[in-house]
Ligand binder design. Structure first.
Ligand SMILES: O=C(O)CCC(=O)C(=O)O
Ligand SMILES: [Fe+2]
Length: 335
């Protein structure tokens, strides 16, 4: 049985044909000289203590979202056992024959839910040493042939959805966003999950696990195993995030950056391909419906108002035209 997608063959072919053979012109600098650091840790249990502890916790979260666009949360209310169950199910689903995963009827999900490697790219720098399963929350109940996966994803999303709303309400309150905004604009089914597996990679200094990008939703909550490899950009430098499997990672998405009028940062991040071991992660993308209007209440607004549907349409156009997402700068207000 061959569980991995044909990453080696595809990569070798790409190296022969790609006009640029490295990840970046200063690839070694980027990959080898990266400092590891521990993301700010926010203890969410402090929100249930007295007013001073609560205020400090909110302040720390606002500070991390402003300076880093990323933070870790502990005592977040999702039991460790639930996280481990979902990770075990994720591992099992990926540890199946590649041919089975690539079947368009896999798990009864919509076509293109299972993805690997970015096989259409002509550039080494855009190849992903990666396979993933994209599941819209509205589709979880349709999963067939794997009750364990369906049940654990249902349980996980029920809990993580409440957490995402709570954090979004807290972070956006200082920017005048009504606390009802998220409940009114983010029906549960609009968010989605990405199950990520990074197979062991024999050429890990030559290829990304996940290419540099920003997340397009409101915020993302990531559960990762202990392998490491996630890096984020701060002040023009890449930093490696030290893994902490008991914490969840929260990162600001493009829409929260827009709602905060550019104060919170939707930071570029990437994942290095792991060497001798596989890496698993699970990302929950908290998203509004396509007709939700994103508009900052601050004056003067940095971005024009846009709907999430318009935003995603623009991303699709830019990716088709240039191979990359342009993102929020497309919607800058020219003053
Ligand atoms: O695997 C990770 O840690 C992060 C993955 C990621 O950035 C994404 O799925 O958008
Ligand atoms: Fe991401």
């Amino acid at each position: 049985m061959e569980i991995d997608p044909p990453l080696c063959e595809t990569f070798d072919k790409l190296v022969r044909t790609s006009p640029i053979k490295t990840l970046d012109h200063d690839q070694n600098l980027l990959i080898d000289k990266v400092d590891e650091f521990e993301l700010p840790v926010i203890d969410l249990s402090h929100l249930n203590l007295g007013p001073q502890e609560k205020e400090k916790c909110v302040e720390d979260m606002v500070d991390a979202a402003t300076k880093w666009g990323f933070f870790q949360i502990v005592n977040h209310g999702i039991p460790q056992e639930m996280l481990e169950t979902v990770k075990d199910e994720e591992k099992k689903v990926f540890h199946q024959d590649f041919a089975k995963k690539a079947d368009e009827k896999f798990l009864n999900l919509s076509a293109n839910s299972y993805r690997w490697g970015n096989p259409a790219t002509t550039l080494v720098s855009r190849f992903l040493w990666h396979e993933s399963l994209h599941v819209s929350v509205s589709e979880i109940s349709k999963i067939k042939g794997n009750d364990g996966l369906r049940f654990s994803l249902e349980e996980f999303t029920d809990t993580v959805a409440k957490l995402a709303e709570r954090i979004s309400v807290i972070l956006s309150a200082s920017f005048g966003v009504e606390s009802s905004f998220f409940q009114e604009n983010c029906p549960t089914g609009c968010s989605y999950l990405r199950l990520n597996r990074y197979p062991p990679c024999p050429v890990s200094s030559k290829v990304y696990g996940f290419i540099p990008h920003t997340d397009s939703g409101i915020l993302t909550i990531v559960y990762q195993d202990g392998v490491g490899g996630l890096q984020l950009m701060k002040d023009g430098r890449w930093f490696s995030v030290k893994p902490n499997p008991t914490a969840l990672i929260v990162n600001v998405g493009d829409l929260l950056e827009a709602l905060s009028n550019g104060v919170y940062r939707s930071i570029r991040h990437r994942v290095l391909a792991p060497g001798g071991v596989e890496r698993l992660s699970l990302a929950y993308f908290y998203c509004p419906s396509f007709d939700a209007v994103i508009q900052s209440c601050s004056e003067p607004p940095k971005y024009k108002k846009f709907s999430f549907g318009e935003y995603m349409l623009q991303i699709g156009k830019d990716v088709r035209a240039t191979g990359d997402k342009v993102g929020l700068s497309r919607f800058l207000n020219v003053l």
